[in-house]
Design a binder for this molecule. Structure first.
Ligand SMILES: [Mn+2]
Length: 396
């Protein structure tokens, strides 16, 4: 007998599908949240047959269970942990652990891609085109490589995963992988997925108007409440507000936090680690502990959402060398403009500030991090210019 304990997201369930393809009725699969894994491990050690082979994929046990599993392994228990999370690398110290973040071709891994390689290598599953394509879609979604590759099918696969129950998804995918030569969606799914993508877009647009900005230690974070679409949200909010170091997504019902960053210089697995969680450099999570609650909920609850930049301007545009006009909540007015020596400077309420910037982005980042300023609409820009002209002509 085999038992698989895996994560309850697409990558985790991808492992379950592979296990069922390989072992059929000989495997019991249980999907877990990060926090429920440890209960399942304890249940396995106390109740399952000692000759059952245990796989753990896409999740890490806590310290106590790490020890228990190692004892079980040395008592001739059969166990294999496969993971790709940076915070799980220490499991490589064990004979039963295999954690790989990036393969030798420099490609990011996922639990499903690691488990597929493992099963094929040990001749437990025969590789086919359809399975290989499915595994690659899961990998690209989980590592977010799909966005760079514009592989929307990977994103659609994850959307489909959340549209149906895990049981239905497993059943649909297994049938497809067993009978089709290539992996594809059917016509009905394609229609549904189009509607779902629109719905996600609308959800994200609303969240862009709810996010607040807060200083957290050495960083500036964006904080938003959301129950769904955490990866999409983290990515879109990160790109919309690149002056934020990272995005904190609070799921109050689940008492969970997701952390996302688009920046290479930030490691959100460290921040999650501080609150007892873990994950990847750009995507991590932790529980909403008392400390995290104080920092992200209590201390930010009174804050006003970030004001979006005016989007439909024809005159007050970013990067305009003679100036882009910004404002903040205290009605300070900022003009960000390029000087003759190619530097970018800021005039705050008509007084030149001392800082000079080598690019527009750098100057804008400064304005947004320090003043939460936003690009004003054309009408306010025109009014500002007319006042300038009036003043100039009065001086003549
Ligand atoms: Mn994963």
């Amino acid at each position: 007998m085999y038992k698989l304990l895996s994560h309850n997201d697409l990558d985790g369930v991808g492992c379950g599908i592979l296990a069922k393809l390989a072992f059929g009725k000989q495997v019991k699969v249980r999907y877990n949240s990060v926090s429920s894994l440890n209960r399942e491990i304890e249940f396995f050690l106390e109740n399952d047959q000692p000759d059952t082979f245990l796989f753990i994929t896409d999740l890490s046990p806590n310290k106590e269970n790490e020890k228990r599993l190692d004892d079980f392994y040395h008592a001739k228990g059969k166990i294999q942990l496969l993971d790709h999370h940076k915070t799980a690398l220490h499991f490589n110290d064990y004979g039963w652990g295999y954690v790989l973040v990036e393969d030798n071709e420099g490609k990011l891994t996922s639990a499903t891609s690691l488990f597929y390689k493992y099963l094929v290598k040990h001749r437990l599953l025969e590789a086919t085109d359809a399975i290989t394509e499915f595994v690659e879609l899961v990998r690209q979604y989980d590592t977010w490589e799909w966005e760079k590759n514009k592989n929307h099918r990977a994103h659609s696969l994850n959307s489909l995963f959340y549209l149906v129950s895990i049981d239905d998804f497993e059943e649909k995918m297994m049938e497809r992988l067993l009978t089709s030569e290539h992996f594809d969606f059917d016509e009905f799914e394609k229609k549904m997925l189009n509607m779902e993508e629109d719905k996600i877009d609308r959800y994200i647009r609303r969240k862009k108007r709810e996010i607040v900005q807060s200083e957290t230690g050495d960083h500036i974070a964006g904080i938003v409440y959301a129950e769904s679409y955490h990866s999409e949200l983290g990515n879109e909010l990160g790109k919309e507000y690149p002056h934020l170091d990272y995005i904190v997504i609070l799921n109050m019902g689940g008492k969970r936090i997701s952390l996302r960053t688009i920046h290479d210089h930030i490691d959100v697995s460290e921040i999650a680690g501080y609150f007892g969680g873990g994950g990847h450099q750009k995507a991590s999570g932790c529980s909403l502990t008392d400390d995290a609650y104080k920092q992200f909920v209590l201390d930010t609850f009174h804050l006003e959402p970030i004001q979006e930049d005016a989007k439909r301007n024809r005159y007050n545009l970013k990067q305009s060398s003679f100036g882009s006009l910004y404002k903040n909540r205290s009605e300070d007015v900022f003009l960000l403009y390029q000087t003759n020596d190619q530097n970018w400077m800021i005039e705050k309420n008509k007084t030149v500030m001392e800082q000079a910037f080598t690019s527009f982005e750098e100057g804008e980042q400064f304005l947004k991090r320090n003043y939460e300023a936003w690009l004003v609409r054309d009408d306010q820009f025109v009014e500002y210019l007319m006042n300038e002209v009036k003043k100039a002509s009065q001086q003549d």
